[in-house]
Design a protein around this ligand. Structure first.
Ligand code: ADP
Length: 465
């Protein structure tokens, strides 16, 4: 258990380390691709901007600047007359809104860039964004700033030629195309123009798809290998436990009749017993009974080990199933006396089945003995039989202790017993149901179980005819 947990823990840690390393590598590749994408578009944008200047001697913001100049000229007078603080705040907000809107909408740089990108055969759909870094209105007479946009009031105005992006927060996904500073008699303005590709993630994903797939595949391979190894380890442990349990159970099973025979032998040596003929007979019978039991146990183990090496050798004959069942039930009842209340209900329609009667008898006997053995009250066993769809179906239902869902999956396995260890309330080797399954399969049929713990179990055997 401890070893298994250590292996599981080490495996999980290794997988986590592997996934972390892969995530770090992929993240690095992603950032690199992102940077390259931005660089490519930054260079293309600069080329486009130079081409625009060469062709039109403009940067695409002439109209916007003119509108801002006219607006500033008008508003600079109005603002100096406002006395009320709340009106002034509203007015200032209107001013900055107007400036931003004019820069955003009254420019043709975006259109030019889009056409330019289209001609270069690269992605041409993008969003543009204007960030106003500084705006002030100037009184033409005094040359003093009348209004500095609130949000920039604590900063110094950038000097001409200084990159304004240095004073703004770095935008990772947006590409800075142009930083601009302009002024005239009525205003002073500094703004940045950014572009942003909504399809950027998709483009990068396409470019990193190969490494991403390789990475996911390698993780999957490692996880699968680990799971297979771990499952094998668990299975190996289970088989080794089963073997240990079997050896313990077998020792126990063989020791019981042996010690009875030893005690009986010692009894026969006693003077007063030798003189009593009835006692001698009783002891001899006991020795005989225990020897038969011992013999049965040894035969069962030998037979199973023989099945492992050779195919099942059945001696099949066409026999009327109803008669066979009657015989089996008859001798079982004689054997067990009043050990259980057995209720039979057959309707085999007189069909004949190809059976090895000896093995089939063992199959039914094993089911009946289990129904009695695994019972905590007066056993009531219902045996039903029917013939339909070219198969006979025999159900053995008991009112015993039942079998849990997990155990139901394994009860037909070799050596499996519902609770492990040799401290069992019910004695056994875990071979009875394995035997039942092998016999049913050798006849071309099968066996299944349905059960509720505490309520009882139903074993169903089907054999084709
Ligand atoms: P054994 O009886 O020797 O342990 P079996 O192969 O006959 O071996 O049964 C395997 C296990 O299935 C048993 O240990 C028991 O826990 C469970 N089992 C079998 N038959 C019944 C039954 N009728 N009711 C409850 N449990 C059963």
């Amino acid at each position: 258990m401890k070893k298994r947990n250590t292996v599981l823990l080490l495996g999980i840690i290794s997988i986590i380390i592997l996934i972390t390393v892969q995530v770090i590598i992929i993240n690095g590749i992603w950032l690199q691709k992102d940077e390259m994408f931005n660089l490519r578009y930054r260079l293309l944008s600069q080329d486009a901007l130079s081409a625009m200047r060469r062709r039109w001697s403009s940067d695409g913001f002439d109209t916007a600047r003119m509108m801002i100049s006219l607006y500033s000229q008008k508003v600079v007078k109005e603002i100096s007359l406002i006395k009320d603080d709340s009106v002034l705040t509203e007015k200032k907000k209107d001013i900055i809104d107007f400036v931003s809107k004019a820069l955003r909408e009254e420019q043709y740089l975006s259109q030019f860039l889009s056409n330019y990108f289209g001609r270069q055969g690269v992605e041409k759909d993008f969003n543009h964004k204007i960030v106003v870094n500084w705006f002030e209105l100037i009184d033409n007479d005094s040359r003093f700033p009348v209004y500095i946009s609130e949000e920039f009031a604590n900063r110094r105005p950038p000097s001409i030629g200084e990159s304004s992006s240095g004073t703004t927060t770095k935008r990772v996904s947006e590409i800075l195309v142009k930083g601009d500073r302009s002024e005239d008699n009525y205003y002073r303005l500094d703004f940045d123009y950014y572009i942003d590709f909504s399809d950027k993630q998709k483009v990068i994903l396409k470019e990193t798809a190969a490494s991403l797939t390789m990475s996911i595949l390698s993780i999957l391979v490692v996880v699968t290998l680990f799971l297979i190894t771990y499952r094998n380890l668990v299975e190996e442990k289970r088989l080794s436990d089963l073997k240990t349990d079997f050896i313990n159970n077998m020792t126990h099973e063989l020791k019981t009749p042996l010690s009875t025979i030893t005690v009986a032998g010692k009894t026969l040596e006693m003077e007063q017993i030798r003189r009593n003929e009835t006692k001698i007979m009783e002891t001899a019978k006991l020795i005989g009974k225990q020897s038969i039991h011992l013999n049965q146990l040894i035969n069962m183990i030998l037979e199973i080990s023989m099945w492992e090496r050779t195919q099942f050798q059945l001696d099949k004959k066409k026999v009327p199933i109803e008669e066979v069942m009657d015989d089996i039930m008859e001798s079982f009842k004689t054997g067990c006396g009043n050990c259980a209340s057995l209720r039979e209900k057959y309707n085999f329609n007189g069909v004949e089945v190809d059976l090895d009667v000896v093995y089939f008898t063992t199959l039914i006997n094993n089911l009946l003995s289990n129904a009695i053995k695994y019972s905590d009250k007066e056993p009531v066993i219902n045996i039903e039989g029917s013939a339909e769809n070219s198969s006979v179906c025999i159900k053995v239902a008991d009112n015993g202790i039942g079998i849990s869902k997990t155990d139901q999956k394994h009860v037909f396995d070799k050596f499996y017993r519902a609770s492990s260890g040799n401290i069992h309330k019910f004695k056994g080797l875990g071979l009875g149901l394995y035997y039942v399954k092998k016999i049913a399969e050798a006849h071309g049929g099968n066996v299944s179980v349905s059960s509720k713990p505490g309520k009882g179990s139903i074993f169903t055997v089907t054999i084709p005819y």
